[in-house]
Ligand binder design. Structure first.
Ligand code: 1HN
Length: 351
């Protein structure tokens, strides 16, 4: 049977090598020397599987709280940099992740940028995010959006630290050369709508009579954990359980049924007590945060034990299987909407 191997690099003779050198002087190169690297036969992610222990990162983040103010830092964030991608500030080739601290009494300056952000809230009693003139008080497990080019700032009027996981589409925006960013002209954007306005208008399975979808991002900007968690519970009671994912749901834009933002998709999954998932892989590398419980995931050949609030990363096309000790809940996000919109996304299950 004929082989389907894509490309085998030809031998290099002295004659060819001399020719390649002359090409180089003219800023040209032979495709056949690099084709296998340019077009890998399957994804070859530069990211490797990795896990960040929340208790370690939290201690380091609280130290940053004593070293620098949000006014000086703009955002007090520890970047979670993939160990296989030093110097890139990235957790995968297409997404950025970090852990942000807002200490009691602090606020962050209002700004906006083309890059879109998501937050997954880890610790928060009274902290808020304001987006486009509306504040939302955040609670652990809430999934919060900062759509492209919306003014946003954060504050912590409470007396305990506020910490969340940030996810941004920075590499996608920069790949396309489309980044803009600016501060708000005053210190803070004005609050122009009552807290809960977006939730009342868009989160109840109803929409305002005159609603037309004016932006690509969801009009809901806080998907509260209370509601998402309840949905998982109800679905678990109804079944069935997916052999790879347990009960896994994706966050949706209620006005379109699509992803919450054009570049970032997010997911919440319940792993029942003692769940042992089958291996699965997809082309969208994913960043996970443990919302509840503890367990273990096999990512490629590596095993990672995880506990509440730990963050781990699954590279593109890398098989992953999850096991839960007691009942566990995992949040995750990825660039899936981009891949799907461009017809690039693939999955395989079980692997
Ligand atoms: C940003 O604006 C925030 O608004 C967090 O909280 C992290 C990382 C890179 C660029 C902008 C925020 C960020 C960021």
């Amino acid at each position: 049977m004929a082989s389907t191997t894509f490309h085998i690099k030809p031998e290099t003779s002295a004659e060819r090598r001399e020719y390649y050198q002359r090409l180089q002087q003219k800023h040209a190169a032979p495709l056949w020397e690099v084709l296998g690297d340019l077009i890998p036969a399957q994804p070859r992610p530069t990211a490797s599987p990795a896990l960040w222990r929340y208790q370690e990162m939290r201690a380091l983040l609280l130290e940053a709280g004593k070293l620098i103010t949000p006014q000086e830092a703009e955002r007090r964030v520890l970047i979670l940099e993939n160990p296989a991608m030093p110097g890139t500030s990235l957790i995968t080739q297409s997404v950025y992740a970090g852990l942000q601290l807002v200490d009691p009494g602090e606020t962050t300056p209002t700004h906006r940028h083309v890059t879109s952000a998501i937050r997954f809230v880890i610790e928060c009693e009274k902290g808020y995010t304001a987006v486009d003139g509306e504040r939302t008080t955040m609670h652990p497990g809430d999934f919060v959006l900062t759509p492209s080019w919306t003014y946003h700032d954060h504050g912590n009027p409470g007396d305990t630290p506020v910490i969340w996981l940030d996810g941004l589409d920075i590499p996608i925006v920069n790949l396309l050369g489309t980044s803009f960013a600016e501060r708000y002209s005053g210190e803070f954007q004005p609050v122009t709508r009552k807290e809960g306005d977006a939730e009342a208008r868009y989160s109840e399975g109803l929409l305002p009579l005159d609603y037309t979808s004016s932006r690509l991002a969801s009009p809901v900007f806080n998907y509260t954990y209370a509601r998402s968690r309840e949905a998982l519970d109800r679905l678990y009671r109804n079944g069935p359980l997916d052999e790879c994912h347990g009960i896994k749901m994706q966050y949706a834009n209620p006005a379109t049924g699509g992803y919450p933002m054009p570049t970032i998709g997010a997911f919440l999954q319940l792993l029942p007590s003692g769940f042992r998932g089958a291996a699965y892989r997809s082309t969208d590398a994913a960043v996970y945060c443990v919302a509840e419980g503890s367990g273990r995931s096999k990512i490629g050949d590596a095993d990672f034990d995880w506990r509440k609030n730990d963050v781990f990363v699954v590279p593109s096309w890398c098989p992953v299987s999850h096991q839960a000790e007691g009942e566990a809940v995992l949040f995750s996000f990825s660039d899936r909407p981009v891949q799907k919109a461009l017809g690039l996304w693939r999955e395989e299950a079980p692997v």
